[in-house]
Design a protein around this ligand. Structure first.
Ligand code: SDX
Length: 429
Protein backbone atom coordinates (compact mmCIF):
# COMPACT_ATOMS: atom_id res chain seq x y z
CA UNK A 1 0.00 0.00 0.00
CA UNK A 2 1.33 3.45 -0.94
CA UNK A 3 0.72 5.77 2.04
CA UNK A 4 -1.37 8.83 1.06
CA UNK A 5 -1.34 10.64 4.41
CA UNK A 6 -1.45 14.46 4.04
CA UNK A 7 -0.40 16.81 6.87
CA UNK A 8 -3.22 19.22 7.76
CA UNK A 9 -1.57 21.11 10.62
CA UNK A 10 -0.51 20.48 14.19
CA UNK A 11 -2.15 20.04 17.62
CA UNK A 12 -0.65 21.13 20.94
CA UNK A 13 -0.69 18.47 23.68
CA UNK A 14 0.96 19.40 26.99
CA UNK A 15 2.84 22.20 25.27
CA UNK A 16 4.20 20.01 22.49
CA UNK A 17 3.16 20.13 18.80
CA UNK A 18 1.96 16.90 17.24
CA UNK A 19 1.23 16.50 13.50
CA UNK A 20 -2.43 16.48 12.36
CA UNK A 21 -3.17 14.46 9.23
CA UNK A 22 -6.18 14.40 6.91
CA UNK A 23 -7.34 11.68 4.52
CA UNK A 24 -9.64 11.67 1.49
CA UNK A 25 -12.81 11.73 3.65
CA UNK A 26 -13.52 11.67 7.39
CA UNK A 27 -12.04 12.96 10.62
CA UNK A 28 -8.53 14.40 10.82
CA UNK A 29 -6.15 12.49 13.11
CA UNK A 30 -3.47 13.55 15.60
CA UNK A 31 -0.29 11.49 15.22
CA UNK A 32 0.53 10.63 18.85
CA UNK A 33 3.19 8.03 18.15
CA UNK A 34 5.74 10.21 20.01
CA UNK A 35 3.36 11.19 22.83
CA UNK A 36 4.82 8.84 25.45
CA UNK A 37 8.40 9.68 24.52
CA UNK A 38 7.66 13.41 24.83
CA UNK A 39 5.11 13.54 27.70
CA UNK A 40 5.63 10.20 29.47
CA UNK A 41 1.86 9.66 29.19
CA UNK A 42 -0.38 7.18 27.35
CA UNK A 43 -3.76 7.97 25.82
CA UNK A 44 -6.77 6.21 27.41
CA UNK A 45 -9.46 5.04 24.99
CA UNK A 46 -11.24 1.78 26.03
CA UNK A 47 -13.04 0.35 22.98
CA UNK A 48 -10.99 2.64 20.71
CA UNK A 49 -13.93 5.02 20.31
CA UNK A 50 -11.59 7.89 19.29
CA UNK A 51 -8.61 5.97 17.94
CA UNK A 52 -7.53 5.39 14.33
CA UNK A 53 -5.54 2.15 14.47
CA UNK A 54 -4.20 2.37 10.91
CA UNK A 55 -4.26 4.09 7.53
CA UNK A 56 -6.59 2.25 5.15
CA UNK A 57 -7.77 2.80 1.56
CA UNK A 58 -10.40 0.06 1.37
CA UNK A 59 -13.66 1.17 3.03
CA UNK A 60 -15.04 4.44 4.36
CA UNK A 61 -18.09 5.02 6.59
CA UNK A 62 -19.66 8.41 7.24
CA UNK A 63 -21.73 7.58 10.33
CA UNK A 64 -23.55 10.91 10.39
CA UNK A 65 -24.55 10.71 6.73
CA UNK A 66 -25.22 6.95 6.80
CA UNK A 67 -22.76 6.49 3.92
CA UNK A 68 -20.63 3.39 3.17
CA UNK A 69 -18.04 3.36 0.35
CA UNK A 70 -16.01 0.37 -0.91
CA UNK A 71 -12.91 1.91 -2.62
CA UNK A 72 -15.01 5.07 -3.12
CA UNK A 73 -18.10 3.38 -4.61
CA UNK A 74 -21.39 3.70 -2.61
CA UNK A 75 -22.60 0.37 -1.25
CA UNK A 76 -26.08 0.90 -2.70
CA UNK A 77 -24.67 1.10 -6.25
CA UNK A 78 -22.46 -1.97 -5.81
CA UNK A 79 -25.31 -4.01 -4.28
CA UNK A 80 -27.58 -3.13 -7.22
CA UNK A 81 -25.10 -3.30 -10.12
CA UNK A 82 -22.15 -5.55 -9.19
CA UNK A 83 -21.84 -9.18 -8.15
CA UNK A 84 -19.80 -10.88 -5.41
CA UNK A 85 -16.71 -11.64 -7.49
CA UNK A 86 -16.61 -8.15 -9.04
CA UNK A 87 -16.93 -6.51 -5.62
CA UNK A 88 -14.36 -8.82 -4.03
CA UNK A 89 -11.92 -7.87 -6.81
CA UNK A 90 -12.63 -4.18 -6.14
CA UNK A 91 -11.94 -4.52 -2.40
CA UNK A 92 -8.72 -6.44 -3.04
CA UNK A 93 -7.28 -4.54 -6.01
CA UNK A 94 -8.76 -1.04 -5.53
CA UNK A 95 -10.41 -0.74 -8.95
CA UNK A 96 -13.44 -2.31 -10.64
CA UNK A 97 -12.21 -5.15 -12.88
CA UNK A 98 -12.36 -5.13 -16.68
CA UNK A 99 -14.29 -8.00 -18.22
CA UNK A 100 -11.04 -9.93 -18.72
CA UNK A 101 -9.76 -9.20 -15.18
CA UNK A 102 -13.09 -10.31 -13.74
CA UNK A 103 -13.13 -13.54 -15.76
CA UNK A 104 -9.58 -14.40 -14.65
CA UNK A 105 -10.33 -13.62 -10.99
CA UNK A 106 -13.55 -15.67 -11.13
CA UNK A 107 -11.50 -18.56 -12.54
CA UNK A 108 -8.76 -18.18 -9.89
CA UNK A 109 -11.37 -18.39 -7.13
CA UNK A 110 -13.30 -21.25 -8.75
CA UNK A 111 -10.22 -23.48 -8.91
CA UNK A 112 -9.50 -23.12 -5.19
CA UNK A 113 -12.98 -24.06 -3.89
CA UNK A 114 -12.15 -27.66 -2.98
CA UNK A 115 -10.56 -28.56 0.38
CA UNK A 116 -7.98 -31.31 1.01
CA UNK A 117 -9.81 -34.64 1.43
CA UNK A 118 -8.12 -35.19 4.82
CA UNK A 119 -9.74 -31.92 5.92
CA UNK A 120 -13.10 -33.69 6.11
CA UNK A 121 -11.85 -35.71 9.08
CA UNK A 122 -11.74 -32.58 11.29
CA UNK A 123 -15.55 -32.48 11.28
CA UNK A 124 -15.88 -35.89 12.97
CA UNK A 125 -14.54 -34.37 16.19
CA UNK A 126 -17.57 -32.09 16.54
CA UNK A 127 -20.87 -33.07 18.19
CA UNK A 128 -23.69 -33.15 15.63
CA UNK A 129 -25.43 -30.35 17.53
CA UNK A 130 -22.37 -28.09 17.49
CA UNK A 131 -23.15 -24.50 16.48
CA UNK A 132 -21.86 -23.98 12.90
CA UNK A 133 -19.79 -21.01 14.14
CA UNK A 134 -17.96 -23.35 16.54
CA UNK A 135 -17.22 -25.60 13.57
CA UNK A 136 -16.14 -22.64 11.39
CA UNK A 137 -13.72 -21.38 14.09
CA UNK A 138 -12.15 -24.84 14.39
CA UNK A 139 -12.19 -25.78 10.73
CA UNK A 140 -10.67 -22.53 9.44
CA UNK A 141 -8.02 -22.66 12.16
CA UNK A 142 -7.34 -26.26 11.07
CA UNK A 143 -7.00 -25.06 7.46
CA UNK A 144 -3.77 -23.37 8.54
CA UNK A 145 -2.39 -26.86 9.28
CA UNK A 146 -2.54 -27.55 5.54
CA UNK A 147 -0.84 -24.34 4.44
CA UNK A 148 1.18 -23.05 7.41
CA UNK A 149 4.53 -24.09 5.92
CA UNK A 150 3.62 -22.99 2.41
CA UNK A 151 2.45 -19.47 3.26
CA UNK A 152 5.38 -17.06 3.18
CA UNK A 153 3.43 -13.94 4.13
CA UNK A 154 6.33 -11.74 2.97
CA UNK A 155 6.05 -13.06 -0.60
CA UNK A 156 3.40 -11.14 -2.61
CA UNK A 157 2.63 -14.17 -4.79
CA UNK A 158 2.15 -16.42 -1.71
CA UNK A 159 -0.12 -13.76 -0.20
CA UNK A 160 -2.16 -13.63 -3.41
CA UNK A 161 -2.66 -17.42 -3.38
CA UNK A 162 -3.61 -17.33 0.32
CA UNK A 163 -6.15 -14.61 -0.48
CA UNK A 164 -7.66 -16.69 -3.29
CA UNK A 165 -7.69 -19.86 -1.16
CA UNK A 166 -9.43 -18.11 1.76
CA UNK A 167 -12.16 -16.50 -0.35
CA UNK A 168 -12.69 -19.68 -2.36
CA UNK A 169 -12.78 -22.19 0.50
CA UNK A 170 -14.96 -20.27 2.95
CA UNK A 171 -18.25 -21.18 1.19
CA UNK A 172 -17.17 -24.82 1.00
CA UNK A 173 -16.38 -24.87 4.73
CA UNK A 174 -19.56 -22.98 5.68
CA UNK A 175 -21.65 -25.41 3.62
CA UNK A 176 -19.84 -28.36 5.22
CA UNK A 177 -20.55 -26.93 8.68
CA UNK A 178 -24.23 -26.69 7.76
CA UNK A 179 -24.44 -30.16 6.22
CA UNK A 180 -22.64 -31.68 9.22
CA UNK A 181 -25.14 -30.22 11.69
CA UNK A 182 -28.15 -31.51 9.72
CA UNK A 183 -26.67 -34.95 9.17
CA UNK A 184 -26.49 -34.74 5.40
CA UNK A 185 -23.44 -35.70 3.28
CA UNK A 186 -21.04 -32.97 2.22
CA UNK A 187 -21.60 -31.71 -1.33
CA UNK A 188 -18.53 -30.92 -3.43
CA UNK A 189 -18.26 -27.55 -5.20
CA UNK A 190 -18.99 -27.38 -8.94
CA UNK A 191 -16.80 -25.34 -11.29
CA UNK A 192 -19.69 -24.57 -13.65
CA UNK A 193 -21.55 -22.54 -10.99
CA UNK A 194 -20.90 -18.93 -9.98
CA UNK A 195 -19.71 -18.30 -6.41
CA UNK A 196 -23.03 -17.78 -4.59
CA UNK A 197 -24.92 -20.33 -6.71
CA UNK A 198 -22.18 -22.83 -5.89
CA UNK A 199 -22.62 -22.11 -2.19
CA UNK A 200 -26.38 -22.67 -2.37
CA UNK A 201 -25.76 -25.88 -4.32
CA UNK A 202 -23.36 -27.13 -1.60
CA UNK A 203 -25.92 -26.23 1.10
CA UNK A 204 -29.18 -27.40 -0.38
CA UNK A 205 -28.53 -30.19 -2.89
CA UNK A 206 -28.71 -33.84 -1.78
CA UNK A 207 -27.52 -37.00 -3.58
CA UNK A 208 -31.08 -38.31 -3.76
CA UNK A 209 -32.35 -35.77 -6.28
CA UNK A 210 -31.32 -32.99 -8.65
CA UNK A 211 -31.19 -29.45 -7.24
CA UNK A 212 -31.74 -26.37 -9.41
CA UNK A 213 -30.42 -23.12 -7.90
CA UNK A 214 -33.15 -20.44 -7.93
CA UNK A 215 -31.42 -17.55 -9.74
CA UNK A 216 -33.56 -14.90 -8.04
CA UNK A 217 -32.67 -16.20 -4.59
CA UNK A 218 -29.00 -16.62 -5.54
CA UNK A 219 -28.96 -13.02 -6.77
CA UNK A 220 -30.52 -11.84 -3.48
CA UNK A 221 -27.93 -13.77 -1.45
CA UNK A 222 -25.15 -12.40 -3.65
CA UNK A 223 -26.40 -8.89 -2.80
CA UNK A 224 -26.49 -9.75 0.90
CA UNK A 225 -22.89 -10.99 0.73
CA UNK A 226 -21.81 -7.70 -0.89
CA UNK A 227 -23.43 -5.75 1.97
CA UNK A 228 -21.47 -7.76 4.54
CA UNK A 229 -18.04 -7.77 2.85
CA UNK A 230 -16.18 -5.03 4.72
CA UNK A 231 -16.76 -2.29 7.25
CA UNK A 232 -13.59 -0.38 8.21
CA UNK A 233 -11.88 -1.40 11.47
CA UNK A 234 -14.81 -3.21 13.16
CA UNK A 235 -14.07 -5.60 16.02
CA UNK A 236 -13.46 -8.71 13.91
CA UNK A 237 -11.39 -6.90 11.28
CA UNK A 238 -9.28 -5.34 14.03
CA UNK A 239 -8.85 -8.85 15.45
CA UNK A 240 -7.61 -10.14 12.09
CA UNK A 241 -5.21 -7.19 11.77
CA UNK A 242 -3.87 -7.65 15.31
CA UNK A 243 -3.35 -11.40 14.77
CA UNK A 244 -1.72 -10.71 11.40
CA UNK A 245 0.60 -8.08 12.89
CA UNK A 246 2.45 -10.87 14.75
CA UNK A 247 3.11 -12.68 11.45
CA UNK A 248 0.54 -15.43 12.05
CA UNK A 249 -0.55 -17.26 8.90
CA UNK A 250 -3.67 -15.80 7.21
CA UNK A 251 -5.90 -18.81 7.94
CA UNK A 252 -5.20 -18.54 11.68
CA UNK A 253 -5.92 -14.79 11.46
CA UNK A 254 -9.27 -15.41 9.74
CA UNK A 255 -10.14 -18.02 12.39
CA UNK A 256 -9.54 -15.31 15.02
CA UNK A 257 -11.84 -12.96 13.09
CA UNK A 258 -14.57 -15.63 12.99
CA UNK A 259 -14.33 -16.06 16.75
CA UNK A 260 -14.75 -12.32 17.31
CA UNK A 261 -17.60 -11.97 14.80
CA UNK A 262 -19.59 -14.64 16.68
CA UNK A 263 -20.33 -12.26 19.57
CA UNK A 264 -23.99 -11.07 19.76
CA UNK A 265 -22.84 -7.44 19.94
CA UNK A 266 -21.17 -7.92 16.54
CA UNK A 267 -21.91 -10.48 13.84
CA UNK A 268 -23.99 -12.67 16.15
CA UNK A 269 -26.63 -9.91 16.20
CA UNK A 270 -28.38 -11.22 13.07
CA UNK A 271 -29.23 -14.46 14.87
CA UNK A 272 -30.05 -12.54 18.09
CA UNK A 273 -32.28 -10.08 16.20
CA UNK A 274 -34.46 -12.85 14.77
CA UNK A 275 -34.62 -14.49 18.22
CA UNK A 276 -35.78 -11.13 19.58
CA UNK A 277 -38.45 -10.67 16.88
CA UNK A 278 -39.65 -14.22 17.54
CA UNK A 279 -39.81 -13.50 21.31
CA UNK A 280 -41.78 -10.30 20.70
CA UNK A 281 -44.02 -12.34 18.38
CA UNK A 282 -46.77 -9.80 17.70
CA UNK A 283 -47.00 -6.04 17.15
CA UNK A 284 -48.98 -5.46 20.36
CA UNK A 285 -46.01 -6.63 22.47
CA UNK A 286 -43.56 -4.11 20.96
CA UNK A 287 -44.07 -1.37 23.62
CA UNK A 288 -43.11 -3.87 26.36
CA UNK A 289 -39.79 -4.56 24.62
CA UNK A 290 -39.09 -0.93 23.81
CA UNK A 291 -39.47 -0.24 27.56
CA UNK A 292 -37.07 -3.10 28.39
CA UNK A 293 -34.51 -1.73 25.90
CA UNK A 294 -34.66 1.67 27.61
CA UNK A 295 -34.48 0.28 31.15
CA UNK A 296 -30.87 0.64 32.36
CA UNK A 297 -31.41 -2.09 34.96
CA UNK A 298 -32.44 -4.52 32.18
CA UNK A 299 -29.56 -5.98 30.07
CA UNK A 300 -31.99 -6.38 27.14
CA UNK A 301 -31.09 -4.37 24.07
CA UNK A 302 -32.89 -4.09 20.74
CA UNK A 303 -30.78 -6.47 18.66
CA UNK A 304 -30.11 -5.12 15.18
CA UNK A 305 -30.30 -1.55 16.52
CA UNK A 306 -27.50 0.91 17.23
CA UNK A 307 -23.98 1.14 15.95
CA UNK A 308 -20.59 2.43 17.08
CA UNK A 309 -20.19 4.48 13.89
CA UNK A 310 -23.60 4.93 12.27
CA UNK A 311 -25.57 7.69 14.01
CA UNK A 312 -27.95 7.59 11.08
CA UNK A 313 -29.64 4.79 9.19
CA UNK A 314 -27.19 1.99 8.23
CA UNK A 315 -27.33 2.14 4.40
CA UNK A 316 -26.99 -1.64 4.34
CA UNK A 317 -30.17 -2.00 6.40
CA UNK A 318 -32.13 -0.13 3.71
CA UNK A 319 -30.89 -2.48 0.98
CA UNK A 320 -31.49 -5.46 3.28
CA UNK A 321 -35.08 -4.38 4.01
CA UNK A 322 -35.74 -4.20 0.24
CA UNK A 323 -34.07 -7.60 -0.26
CA UNK A 324 -36.21 -9.18 2.46
CA UNK A 325 -39.40 -8.08 0.70
CA UNK A 326 -38.05 -9.35 -2.68
CA UNK A 327 -37.08 -12.74 -1.26
CA UNK A 328 -40.35 -13.22 0.62
CA UNK A 329 -42.25 -12.43 -2.59
CA UNK A 330 -40.01 -14.79 -4.63
CA UNK A 331 -40.59 -17.68 -2.22
CA UNK A 332 -44.27 -16.78 -1.82
CA UNK A 333 -44.03 -16.43 1.95
CA UNK A 334 -45.71 -13.79 4.10
CA UNK A 335 -43.56 -13.63 7.25
CA UNK A 336 -45.46 -11.93 10.10
CA UNK A 337 -42.08 -11.14 11.69
CA UNK A 338 -41.41 -8.70 8.84
CA UNK A 339 -44.48 -6.76 9.97
CA UNK A 340 -43.24 -6.89 13.57
CA UNK A 341 -39.80 -5.66 12.43
CA UNK A 342 -41.25 -2.77 10.41
CA UNK A 343 -43.56 -1.69 13.27
CA UNK A 344 -40.75 -2.02 15.82
CA UNK A 345 -38.52 0.15 13.62
CA UNK A 346 -41.29 2.74 13.19
CA UNK A 347 -42.02 2.96 16.93
CA UNK A 348 -38.33 3.03 17.93
CA UNK A 349 -37.46 5.76 15.44
CA UNK A 350 -40.20 7.97 16.93
CA UNK A 351 -39.15 7.28 20.54
CA UNK A 352 -37.16 10.03 22.27
CA UNK A 353 -34.65 7.54 23.76
CA UNK A 354 -33.64 6.16 20.36
CA UNK A 355 -33.76 9.56 18.70
CA UNK A 356 -31.57 11.16 21.37
CA UNK A 357 -29.04 8.28 21.31
CA UNK A 358 -29.20 8.14 17.47
CA UNK A 359 -30.04 4.44 17.46
CA UNK A 360 -31.12 3.20 14.03
CA UNK A 361 -31.56 -0.26 12.54
CA UNK A 362 -28.24 -1.76 11.45
CA UNK A 363 -27.47 -4.45 8.90
CA UNK A 364 -28.51 -7.21 11.29
CA UNK A 365 -32.06 -6.01 11.82
CA UNK A 366 -33.58 -7.36 8.60
CA UNK A 367 -30.98 -9.93 7.60
CA UNK A 368 -32.38 -12.72 9.77
CA UNK A 369 -35.83 -12.54 8.17
CA UNK A 370 -34.23 -12.59 4.71
CA UNK A 371 -31.85 -15.47 5.40
CA UNK A 372 -34.62 -17.55 6.97
CA UNK A 373 -36.76 -17.00 3.86
CA UNK A 374 -33.78 -18.17 1.76
CA UNK A 375 -33.95 -21.48 3.63
CA UNK A 376 -31.10 -21.08 6.14
CA UNK A 377 -31.59 -21.99 9.80
CA UNK A 378 -30.85 -19.29 12.39
CA UNK A 379 -27.58 -20.97 13.37
CA UNK A 380 -26.25 -20.32 9.85
CA UNK A 381 -26.86 -16.54 9.89
CA UNK A 382 -23.48 -15.61 11.41
CA UNK A 383 -21.54 -18.17 9.33
CA UNK A 384 -23.02 -16.42 6.26
CA UNK A 385 -21.82 -13.10 7.66
CA UNK A 386 -18.35 -14.66 8.17
CA UNK A 387 -18.35 -16.05 4.62
CA UNK A 388 -18.91 -12.58 3.17
CA UNK A 389 -16.70 -10.72 5.65
CA UNK A 390 -13.79 -13.00 4.75
CA UNK A 391 -13.26 -10.77 1.70
CA UNK A 392 -12.86 -7.68 3.89
CA UNK A 393 -10.79 -9.50 6.49
CA UNK A 394 -8.31 -10.87 3.95
CA UNK A 395 -8.14 -7.57 2.04
CA UNK A 396 -7.39 -5.70 5.28
CA UNK A 397 -4.89 -8.40 6.35
CA UNK A 398 -2.98 -7.93 3.08
CA UNK A 399 -3.17 -4.13 3.32
CA UNK A 400 -1.78 -4.33 6.87
CA UNK A 401 1.21 -6.41 5.71
CA UNK A 402 1.89 -3.98 2.85
CA UNK A 403 1.59 -0.89 5.08
CA UNK A 404 5.01 0.80 5.46
CA UNK A 405 3.96 1.91 8.97
CA UNK A 406 2.91 -1.58 10.06
CA UNK A 407 4.33 -3.03 13.29
CA UNK A 408 3.11 -5.60 15.81
CA UNK A 409 0.04 -4.30 17.64
CA UNK A 410 0.67 -3.97 21.37
CA UNK A 411 -1.65 -1.57 23.28
CA UNK A 412 -0.65 -0.24 26.73
CA UNK A 413 -2.91 0.15 29.82
CA UNK A 414 -3.78 2.24 32.86
CA UNK A 415 -2.73 -0.01 35.80
CA UNK A 416 -4.80 0.41 38.97
CA UNK A 417 -3.92 -2.93 40.63
CA UNK A 418 -1.93 -3.55 43.83
CA UNK A 419 1.14 -1.41 44.46
CA UNK A 420 4.55 -3.20 44.49
CA UNK A 421 4.84 -5.42 47.59
CA UNK A 422 6.96 -8.36 48.91
CA UNK A 423 5.89 -12.01 48.90
CA UNK A 424 4.35 -13.29 52.19
CA UNK A 425 5.20 -16.92 53.13
CA UNK A 426 2.18 -19.21 53.63
CA UNK A 427 2.53 -19.52 57.47
CA UNK A 428 2.53 -15.69 57.80
CA UNK A 429 -0.75 -15.06 55.88
C1 SDX B 1 -22.32 -5.12 13.60
O1 SDX B 1 -18.42 -2.13 13.98
C2 SDX B 1 -19.04 -2.52 12.92
O2 SDX B 1 -18.84 -1.97 11.87
C3 SDX B 1 -19.95 -3.72 13.11
C4 SDX B 1 -20.75 -4.13 11.93
C5 SDX B 1 -19.90 -4.63 10.81
O3 SDX B 1 -20.37 -4.64 9.67
O4 SDX B 1 -18.78 -5.11 11.10
O5 SDX B 1 -21.55 -3.06 11.47
C6 SDX B 1 -21.69 -5.30 12.28
O6 SDX B 1 -21.76 -5.60 14.55
C7 SDX B 1 -23.56 -4.30 13.73
C8 SDX B 1 -24.01 -4.13 15.23
C9 SDX B 1 -24.74 -5.41 15.62
N1 SDX B 1 -25.02 -5.42 17.06
C10 SDX B 1 -26.28 -5.23 17.52
O7 SDX B 1 -27.24 -4.97 16.82
C11 SDX B 1 -26.40 -5.43 19.02
C12 SDX B 1 -27.24 -4.30 19.63
N2 SDX B 1 -26.48 -3.06 19.51
C13 SDX B 1 -25.71 -2.63 20.69
O8 SDX B 1 -25.11 -3.68 21.38
C14 SDX B 1 -24.81 -1.43 20.38
O9 SDX B 1 -25.55 -0.53 19.69
C15 SDX B 1 -23.51 -1.65 19.65
C16 SDX B 1 -22.66 -2.68 20.31
C17 SDX B 1 -23.76 -2.06 18.24
C18 SDX B 1 -22.76 -0.33 19.64
O10 SDX B 1 -22.40 -0.08 20.92
P1 SDX B 1 -21.55 1.26 21.30
O11 SDX B 1 -21.24 2.11 20.16
O12 SDX B 1 -20.45 0.84 22.19
O13 SDX B 1 -22.62 2.12 22.01
P2 SDX B 1 -23.01 1.95 23.48
O14 SDX B 1 -23.17 0.50 23.81
O15 SDX B 1 -22.07 2.76 24.31
O16 SDX B 1 -24.47 2.62 23.45
C19 SDX B 1 -24.62 4.02 23.53
C20 SDX B 1 -25.92 4.20 24.30
C21 SDX B 1 -25.93 3.41 25.62
O17 SDX B 1 -26.75 4.12 26.47
P3 SDX B 1 -26.04 5.11 27.60
O18 SDX B 1 -25.05 4.25 28.37
O19 SDX B 1 -25.37 6.20 26.78
O20 SDX B 1 -27.19 5.60 28.44
O21 SDX B 1 -27.01 3.66 23.53
C22 SDX B 1 -27.58 2.57 24.21
C23 SDX B 1 -26.60 2.11 25.28
O22 SDX B 1 -27.28 1.55 26.39
N3 SDX B 1 -27.80 1.53 23.22
C24 SDX B 1 -28.91 0.78 23.14
C25 SDX B 1 -28.70 -0.05 22.02
N4 SDX B 1 -27.49 0.21 21.50
C26 SDX B 1 -26.95 1.18 22.25
N5 SDX B 1 -30.04 0.73 23.88
C27 SDX B 1 -30.96 -0.17 23.47
N6 SDX B 1 -30.84 -1.00 22.42
C28 SDX B 1 -29.73 -0.97 21.67
N7 SDX B 1 -29.60 -1.78 20.62
Amino acid sequence: MQSKIQQAGTAIIEGTEFPVYKGTHGNEVIDIRNLTKVTGKFTFDPGFTSTASCESQITFIDGDEGMLLYRGYPIEQLAEQADFIETAYLLLEGELPTREECAKFRNDITYHTMVHEHFLKFFDGFRRDAHPMAIMCGAVGALSAFYHDSTDIHDPEARKIAVHRMIAKMPTIAAMAYKYTIGQPFVYPRNDLHYTENFMHMCFSVPAEDYEVNKTLASALDKIFILHMDHEQNASTSTVRLAGSSGANPFACIAAGIACLWGPAHGGANEAALNMLQEIGTVDRIPEYIAKAKDKSDPFRLMGFGHRVYKNYDPRAKVMQKASAEVLEAVGVKDPLLDVAKELEKIALEDEYFVEKKLYPNIDFYSGITLRALGFPRSMFTPLFALARTVGWIAQWREMLEDPNQKIGRPRQLYTGAAKRDFVPMDQR
